[in-house]
Design a protein around this ligand. Structure first.
Ligand SMILES: [Fe+2]
Length: 149
């Protein structure tokens, strides 16, 4: 594979990695600050989402290494480059926590989908990994939506 192509692929993977890292920190933040009548159900759901994101983070970083680059997961870099809104400070009502996380997942899915297009032809293995990550994110979204119903 030509170098420029490999660099485009790892560049896209690096942006995915940053999105997953920030989302995972915000999901954990929400998990830790939930209050309200759904306290027994919402935090465990959020921790399931967090666990799925850890897999996505690890797989993405490893894929970057497989392609000859080095992943950057420093949270200071992630916070500078992602552009996502901060979570509300302090306690989070259960439904609001879920709504905020759903909105953040939607933003991440949008970015990952945008970057996926060019990868489909250039690197099927990375694209397959991203397909399964999108599946996981959309499953998380569906589970969280069901909490609000
Ligand atoms: Fe916890």
């Amino acid at each position: 594979m030509p170098l420029s192509s490999a660099q485009n692929i790892t560049g896209a993977l690096q942006l995915n990695l940053q999105s997953y890292l920030l989302l995972s920190s915000q999901v954990k933040q929400a998990h830790c600050n939930v209050v309200g009548p759904k306290f027994l159900s919402v935090p465990p759901f959020l921790d399931q989402v967090f666990a799925e994101l850890q897999t996505a983070i690890d797989d993405t970083a490893e894929r970057i290494r497989q392609l000859g680059e080095f992943p950057s997961g420093d949270v200071r870099l992630v916070a500078l480059t992602d552009g996502a809104d901060a979570l509300p400070d302090g306690k989070l009502e259960d439904d609001l926590a879920v709504e905020v996380v759903i909105a953040r997942i939607a933003e991440v899915v949008k970015g990952v989908r945008t970057r996926l297009g060019p990868l489909e032809d250039e690197d099927a293995v990375s694209a397959d990994m991203i397909h399964s990550q999108l599946h996981s994110l959309e499953k998380s979204d569906w589970m969280l939506e069901s909490v609000l119903a």
